[in-house]
Write a protein that binds this ligand. Sequence first.
Ligand SMILES: Nc1ncnc2c1ncn2[C@@H]1O[C@H](COP(=O)(O)OP(=O)(O)OP(=O)(O)O)[C@@H](O)[C@H]1O
Length: 293
Amino acid sequence: MKRAMLIVNPSSGKEEALDYVEKIEKILAEKSYQVKVAQTEKELDATKYCQSACKDEFDLVVSMGGDGTLNETINGMVDQEHRPLLAIIPLGTVNDFARALNIPLEPEEAVETLYSDQIKDVDIGRFNDRYFVNIFAVGAVAEATYEVTPDQKTKFGSFAYVMEGFKTLTAHRSYPLRIEHDNGVWEGDSFLFLAALTNSTAGFEKLSPEAEVNDGVLHGYIIKQVNLVRMATIITSILRGNLRDEADVEYFTSSKIKVTSKEELMTNVDGEEGDSLPVTAEVLPSHIQVLVP
Ligand SMILES: Nc1ncnc2c1ncn2[C@@H]1O[C@H](COP(=O)(O)OP(=O)(O)OP(=O)(O)O)[C@@H](O)[C@H]1O
């Protein structure tokens, strides 16, 4: 008999994860799975549960929560020898990774994915000694995300970050960055550096349209120092999906990226606070398998 672990965060999003447990147990029983339910209570529980699912050679892990829960779950399997198939029931506020994989954002519909036999290989990013699935950012916006209140987030979703980010962008100066990638080195003043693994990041489905979940590279966008008027056009191109074509944006792809600065600078990794510079990021190509519709 196959074995599945449900990693459930009852506090995610609208606090409805537990409502779907029974239905999922039923579907998985039909598919001959023996199901274990692991309910998270605090930070890193999802990582711990997923690690034990890997060690016990479970066949499937279902992440039932938001991007935070998913990220913790993935961090629990990335460096394990046996990595179970991953299914995602998006129950958070943003759910970037589910968007990138075309997993329905309605939990009712996402549950149906468990009937699917479609499996997709997905790249994972390593960022110093942790892992990420969507994006890391260096600069003013990266710092701005910590100023978003849970209330704003619930009300505006990812847009809260954007508003907060643009507020800071216009108030802050740029930073001296040195960015090493597969084809060279960029050095200069930048407002923001983004490196994306998928096309759906920070709730924008068009921020990095050229990124595919299994293309084996990071997509880097260096937004150079510009005045306010130019910044407005850059923001427009982020919304339109042609950021890479902007004159003040340097675009590149790379399997490995190293970012350093003369200044103390924070980073943001998949929406959470990351290490301050220097950082090294690298792609682990097609490292996990995800169940998709
Ligand atoms: N029972 C719990 N009560 C409160 N917090 C929890 C519990 N279990 C886990 N957590 C923490 O909640 C964090 C946030 O969860 P998650 O990202 O799934 O939800 P969210 O913040 O509502 O969604 P999103 O990230 O999409 O906004 C997790 O990273 C985890 O550390």
